[in-house]
Design a protein around this ligand. Sequence first.
Ligand code: RB5
Length: 144
Amino acid sequence: MIAIGNDHAAVELKEFVVALLQDMGYEVKDFGCGAGEKCDYPDKAKEVAEAIVGGECEKGILICGTGVGMSIAANKVKGIRAAVCSDEFSARMCAAHNNANILCFGQRVVGMGTAENLVRAWLGTEFEGGRHQGRVDKIMAIEE
Ligand code: RB5
């Protein structure tokens, strides 16, 4: 199950990504706000992050105007490694090296084509473990 969240700045891209994920065969839980609603990105980031650390969802995608506010907020939740990306290489590497469990991006930054490439790259890449595991462990130890 993939959790998705968005604020009012990212309704259209959220709807595109939900359809994409479903086409890819994923189940999606949508925590985001819909057309005509207004909501604050920290609230949505917290809901999605808690769904992941609580085990309800495996990974999450958070979309706001830039992706930056969502990533800052989500990373406050213990157990979350949220990465804001606007290029495919970073989306692949944040899975391979950082084991990012949330991908963030911005509707005011990337178009639908790039968003699709980001999602496919991130979900299609496994964490490499090995030397990267120790570094991820060090990130998580900062939370203690
Ligand atoms: C909302 O206007 C905007 O600030 C928000 O979507 C996001 O870009 C914050 O990081």
